[in-house]
Write a protein that binds this ligand. Structure first.
Ligand code: CUA
Length: 176
């Protein structure tokens, strides 16, 4: 005897009452989200420019090394604090389970922040602004970033990347 049998005739009942209501709400929300995505692409202020380049992890690590050596201004719990030239290029490396280095930026200056991963997929999430971008190995993802307020911002990883995922935090310091 087969465990798969045809459903009895007349099994389908059109949704009614609260089921109809919930399907309607879900449908309306799908439409809102579908419109929000292209809307935000054109009118949002926290979008990726979509600029990215191919890079090997080794080549990216080398660029980060050069960047840290030439622009290091301090140390935060063993992680170098690096201050790029105003309006210049900055590098941020993601790896299990660290964001490296700490960036020190100036308010109202525009930077090109290059982000890549050394190993697997991480999620760049800048708090408390809640800006979120995927970080992938072999891609040099360039974010054009203009800090509009001074302070200390946290980077958390929002893509599960193993046992130390919850420890993967970093910092961006913004000065007046
Ligand atoms: Cu990196 Cu989670």
């Amino acid at each position: 005897m087969s465990s798969i049998q045809s459903p009895p005739a007349g099994w389908f009942k059109a949704p009614s009452g609260s089921e109809r209501l919930w399907i309607g709400i879900a449908m309306a929300w799908c439409i809102v989200m579908t419109i929000a995505m292209p809307y935000w692409l054109f009118f949002g202020k926290q979008n990726s420019t979509g600029e990215s380049y191919r890079v090997t992890p080794a080549a990216f690590a080398k660029r980060v090394g050069t960047f840290v050596e030439s622009h290091k201004v301090g140390d935060l719990q063993g992680v170098p604090i690096v201050e790029p030239a105003p309006g210049g290029d900055a590098y941020l490396l993601a790896r299990m389970w660290q964001w490296y280095p700490v960036l020190k930026l100036r308010k109202n200056q525009t930077y090109r922040v290059h982000i890549s991963s050394m190993d697997l997929q991480h999620g760049f999430s800048l708090q408390p602004l809640n800006m979120n971008f995927q970080v992938l190995p072999t891609y040099d993802h360039v974010l054009t970033l203009t800090p509009t307020s001074a302070g200390e911002f946290s980077i958390v990883c929002n893509e599960f990347c193993g046992i130390g995922h919850h420890l993967m935090t970093g910092r961006i310091l913004v000065e007046e």
